[in-house]
Design a protein around this ligand. Sequence first.
Ligand code: UDP
Length: 573
Amino acid sequence: MERFSENAIRVLEARYLLRDSEGALIETPEEMFHRVADAVALAEQSFADAKTAERYAEEFFDLLSKREFLPNSPTLMNAGTPLGQLSACFVLPVEDSMPEIFESLKLMALIQQAGGGTGFSFSRLRPRGDLVKKTGGQASGPISFMRIFDCATENIRQGGKRRGANMGVLRIDHPDVRDFIGAKLDGVSFQNFNLSVGITDAFMQATQKNEPFAFVHPGSGQATETIPAGELLQSIAEAAWKTGDPGMIFMDAINRENPTPQLGAIEATNPCGEVPLLPYEACNLGSINVSRMVRKDATGYFIDWKKLSDTTRLSLRFLDNVIEVCRWPDSRIAEMVRGNRKVGLGVMGFAELLILLEIPYGSDQSVRLAEELMQYIAAEALAASQQLAEERGVFPNWEKSIYAAKGIRLRNATRTSIAPTGTIGIIAGTSAGIEPLFALAYRREHVLGEQTLVEVNPLFLRYAEQYGLQSQKLKDDLQCLGSLSKLTGVPAEVKALFRTALEIAPEDHLRIQAAFQKHVDNAVSKTVNLPESASVETIAEIYRRAWEMGLKGVTVYRYGSKGQQVLYLGTGE
Ligand code: UDP
């Protein structure tokens, strides 16, 4: 089996490979891939025979061990173990009553213990200061209840394997939204939450026309106050400028593509935003390493479309099998997941693929390729889901879905999603999700708290060697600055090819996100990274453009704006 990078081995040993009761490692990476492949292939036995299961166990092992596709972390960690909870993404309801709020809190604890991330809409909670009939007292409001969830997550810590992650959503027309927008400004609150304001088309239109916008009581539906829409948008941009939070999710764009509107409107997403889900739904993700979907001839690299087709179809089957063998912490979740059978197949290594093909990230050509690639994967995933519907039946809620009217028989209500691949990207040894390279040399705030200096990006080193660019001075300078842009003696086309996240224009980040979103039926996890010098107005403009482009959400991060960030450019020394 191909070797792993040093970082991959550290991550695998720390969190993925099984240990005995004394804490000693009892599994190699190869054995881990066998454990996962065997457990997931077992699902074949429900539809075919043991022989088919054996055949797929081999095919899945091949797929995983070549790191052409990896499922989300909980599947790698828990498949074939007594825990057996394999999904990364959940959404739980938060209804406006004490028993229901604490019921969700309990479920959150069980999900996070098993490595899943949870999303919540707090929009149904009555605003702060509202009357509580039973006691005659005053309601404490959504932000106050969110603190309880945050604190619980802090205390669960998922057995040291995976930090708990939450998404908190509050609609833009909730009377407490200003408190929500500023909830992380103190730099200490809600460290276990990503926050997203649930934005409506009506709100964005009001900002365009500079009109007043009304807050609405979630219980009575009555307007409580009006304020200028532009002012609200500005306050979101200011908070995001200062701390990176909140992000935005575009509720109407999401619900226009809700595959099962008869089952209810979608109000929240999972923690990183790539999967909009109904309450009690969960979704398991997996990502194709597109940097491995290439061949090389005398003229250079090109995409191997046949290999991409085979990989997509096998990966989708893998993800459908995961639903079959997964154990859920609650019967309501099991019922919802088995009813819609949502999966999220996406890509990682997109930036690496572009470099292999010598296409600069953010160029027109890269945007066209993004679209072509995702259109192809989406079509193959759809075909695979249709084939599975023939073999195994349509998803049980199919009659109530948009696909029934179209006469498209499918096994899965959604097939595609672009995940961040924060950890599986490290295991696969490629660039994360569809993000550009963050830096050519960076320090990573390690998952376990230590910092590692990743030397110079190995892809760049390979390229530099090929083009006779390597020198100790170049390496030293790169280690310090993290990018090529300020270095002399490097050809402009090489600088363009290795442009890093902070050097790519916000509009180009958005164009890549939009190109993928066009063919993704869930959503796309993508951060518009900005240099420290970016202005509040730039952020407000990104919001407007993201909405105009029809994105389902948008996240910005200005370098240095969090007290502690995951990646730092170079050593700065
Ligand atoms: N997630 C989580 N905790 C984490 C990282 C991720 O619960 O520390 C969940 C979350 O729902 C996120 C999803 O896993 O949206 C996918 O994240 P990513 O692709 O980075 O996970 P990986 O599979 O690479 O670990």
